[in-house]
Design a binder for this molecule. Structure first.
Ligand SMILES: *Cc1c(COP(=O)(O)O)cnc(C)c1O
Length: 394
């Protein structure tokens, strides 16, 4: 029996069946390369759902974790630790003046943002949050409510009140939805789970203006788009606007669980002692890893590489589009890449897997391709060659 089959059997017996999995058991990884437990290698072009944003087991991250694991793993948040302070300072230096709350995941970062909005709303008598259809904000009860997709909510009612959904990139819909009860607007600059839908410049600028005019909190969920993937440290920086709250997770920790809620201006003073907390949030171990991620992005010029390789992959994919009529549209922001098909993408994704390329398919027809920021031209060429071969068999 293959090792993979043995592990799959154990999962069947002991792991709750909440995921659609493919029979691939990973054992080790480096950069864009992963090895399964039976020794086969793959090119990871969606490493860990965009968690390993600078590649798997980046040497700087591994070294930082090794170093810190010998000193101190966890500090409860009624004490101080230098690394939490340094990471917050680094996030703020790379974004906007404000303050950070640390949790452990994207959903938690978003929960902090919504709790803050609620607290602010209670002071001003406004409690509704507007979010977008096709969004994805996490799997807690409040976040499945915020998420604009029915499939994640079904069967979990009653859901928390106070969320309203509008179509993405539709300014008129926002204008109609905003009323005297609205306190915040939350959206992703690029809806990744939702099919790589990119917010338009004018849309984002107008949302900022509306929020300023009506004293609404503009919350940008950058859990998937942040940390260089969009060609700048954070995707909002492509829009010439600044959000009031930005949430981060996924690649923020370079592979370890961390979430951050970054808050600007007067909103940084809303949450006070006793209103919010996280036992594990901002521990020295994960902060050491995250500081190493920032260091790697800066010292290794990974933003430049993300832009360059994003452009290169786009050109190569446009080449494939000319060749294959079932490629409908290619949507990209640096290394956030969506290839929309006129056919279902599941078989393509599975054939890629067989051929040694790990990508993702979302919303049935959109191939989601998010190589690590460290991706080389050679790796990009290899991925394109595999895609070409798989497409030729469709
Ligand atoms: C993945 C994701 C989340 C949820 O993050 P978890 O760490 O799984 O809780 C929230 N928002 C966006 C945009 C995401 O991509």
């Amino acid at each position: 029996m293959k090792n993979t089959d043995r592990i799959v059997q154990m999962y069947d017996k002991y792991i709750m069946n909440t995921y659609k999995r493919v029979p691939l058991c990973l054992e080790k990884a480096k950069g864009a390369r992963v090895w399964d437990i039976d020794g086969k290698t793959y090119l990871a072009f969606f490493p860990g759902w965009a968690v390993s944003g600078i590649g798997h087991c980046h040497p700087k991250v591994v070294a930082a974790i090794n170093r810190q694991s010998k000193k101190l793993l966890h500090v409860s948040n009624n004490y101080y630790s230098e690394l939490q302070a340094k990471l917050a300072e680094t996030i703020i230096r790379n974004s906007f003046p404000g303050k950070v709350f640390f949790g452990n995941s994207g959903a938690e970062a978003n929960e902090a943002a919504i709790k803050l909005a609620r607290l602010y709303g209670h002071k001003t008598g406004r409690l509704e949050v507007i979010t977008c259809l096709k969004s994805f904000h996490g799997r807690t009860l409040a976040m499945i409510t915020a998420t604009g997709q029915d499939k994640v909510k079904k069967g979990f009612e009653p859901l928390p009140a106070g969320f309203i959904h509008v179509p993405f990139n539709d300014l008129e819909a926002i204008k109609e939805a905003v009323n005297e009860h609205t306190v915040a607007i939350m959206l992703e600059p690029v809806q990744c789970e939702g099919g790589i839908n990119i917010a338009r410049q004018e849309y984002m600028k107008n949302l900022r203006r509306i929020c300023d005019e009506k004293d609404l909190i503009l919350i940008l969920d950058e859990v998937q788009t942040g940390m260089g993937r969009a060609g700048r440290m954070f995707a909002y920086q492509n829009y010439g606007i600044v959000p009031d709250i930005m949430t981060l997770a996924k690649s923020l920790g370079g592979g370890v669980p961390i979430g951050a809620c970054v808050v600007r201006g007067k909103f940084q003073y809303i949450l006070t002692p006793g209103t919010h907390a996280s036992t594990f949030g901002g521990s020295p171990l994960v902060c050491a890893a995250s500081l190493a991620v920032f260091e790697a992005i800066v010292k290794e010029n990974l933003l430049q590489n993300a832009n360059r390789m994003g452009r290169y992959l786009r050109v190569r994919l446009e080449g494939l589009k000319k060749k294959y009529h079932f490629i409908k549209e290619i949507r990209t922001m640096a290394l956030i890449i969506g290839v929309e098909l006129t056919v279902k993408g599941e078989d393509i994704y599975k054939e890629c897997l067989k051929a040694g390329l790990l990508i993702n398919c979302t919303q049935d027809t959109v191939l989601r391709i998010m190589p690590p920021l460290t991706v080389t031209k050679k790796e990009a060429d290899r991925a394109i060659a595999i895609l070409d071969k798989v497409f030729s068999g469709v």
